[in-house]
Design a protein around this ligand. Structure first.
Ligand SMILES: [Zn+2]
Length: 282
């Protein structure tokens, strides 16, 4: 499932194609995309809209129109955009005023297109997603506030899009490795220093992902990224930890694979002095 780095890469690809262009013709061939609204009606509403900006909020891609309306696209599991291609599993296609063909493909059909009126956009997003991780408003104190008093595992708290926007399974595991925090630690048990490390680690993991244009997991859904070659833990069960050489372990949390280093991310790392921690884990 595309996370912030992948959606940001899609945004950067679409921005020069769509900005300033008018949607001349729109066809939506899958009712699930616009549910509960009629796809024919939504397609008709989109026709004639001029794109003023292509934004992103968390994992939402936002086509902002000159009219003030916005189309919120969530790629979910398998959604993707294709420019001047005719991919299989095409669910919608827009022809621009310069004749560019922008196609939306979605094999598993979990993606959504939601057209919002000008006054609906901000309230909708604010209810769904927390701060952007690179926004100045996302501070250490803010992160601490969001996870304090939460008994859930820290990984679950980070996957909750209201804690902060944009993390999914991959970058949460990566961020927790950078922060040396066990994914199953209760969120409320994190100490001040650990929250500070985690804050930096989240930005670091996402920044690396964006720089490498996301992760191409070889399933044909998201293509072209290089992040998969540099994962520290995700999908690396049994391979040595880059930091300490311990084989990476895998567990499950809420049905998702979860990878971590059992040494660097010891279950109660913070309560054990660094030296004895190393000795006890060997
Ligand atoms: Zn390690």
């Amino acid at each position: 499932m595309p996370e912030l780095p992948e959606v940001e890469t899609v945004r950067r690809t679409l921005e020069p194609v769509l900005t300033g262009r008018t949607l001349k013709r729109v066809a939506i061939e899958d009712g699930r995309l616009t549910r509960p609204y009629d796809p024919v009606h939504i397609a008709a509403e989109l026709q004639g809209e001029r794109v003023s900006a292509v934004d992103r909020r968390g994992k939402y891609l936002i086509l902002r129109f000159a009219s003030g309306r916005a189309l919120l696209v969530h790629l979910r599991m398998t959604g993707s955009f294709h420019v001047d291609e005719e991919p299989s599993h095409e669910r919608a296609v827009a022809t621009l005023d310069d004749r560019t063909r922008v196609s939306y493909r979605d094999v598993r059909r979990f993606g959504t297109w939601l057209l919002l009126e000008p006054d609906e956009v901000a309230p909708y997003l604010d209810a769904k997603v927390g701060e952007e991780p690179f926004d100045a408003l996302f501070t250490v104190a803010h992160l601490g506030e969001r996870i304090r008093k939460r008994k859930a595992p820290i990984k679950s708290a980070l996957l909750d899009q209201r804690t902060l926007a944009g993390l999914g399974n991959i970058y949460t595991d990566e961020a927790l490795w950078w922060a040396r925090i066990h994914p199953l630690r209760p969120a409320e048990s994190l100490e001040r220093d650990e929250v500070r490390h985690l804050h930096r680690a989240i930005r670091r993991a996402l920044e690396r992902g964006i720089k490498r244009q996301g992760a191409d997991l070889g399933d044909g859904v998201y293509r072209g990224g290089r992040m998969q070659k540099e994962f520290k833990v995700y999908g690396r069960e049994g391979e040595p930890c880059d930091r300490c050489g311990t084989p990476i372990a895998k567990t499950r949390l809420g049905g998702r694979g979860t990878w971590f280093c059992p040494t660097c991310q010891a279950a109660r790392a913070s309560s054990v002095p660094a030296r004895s921690r190393r000795q006890s884990s060997v």
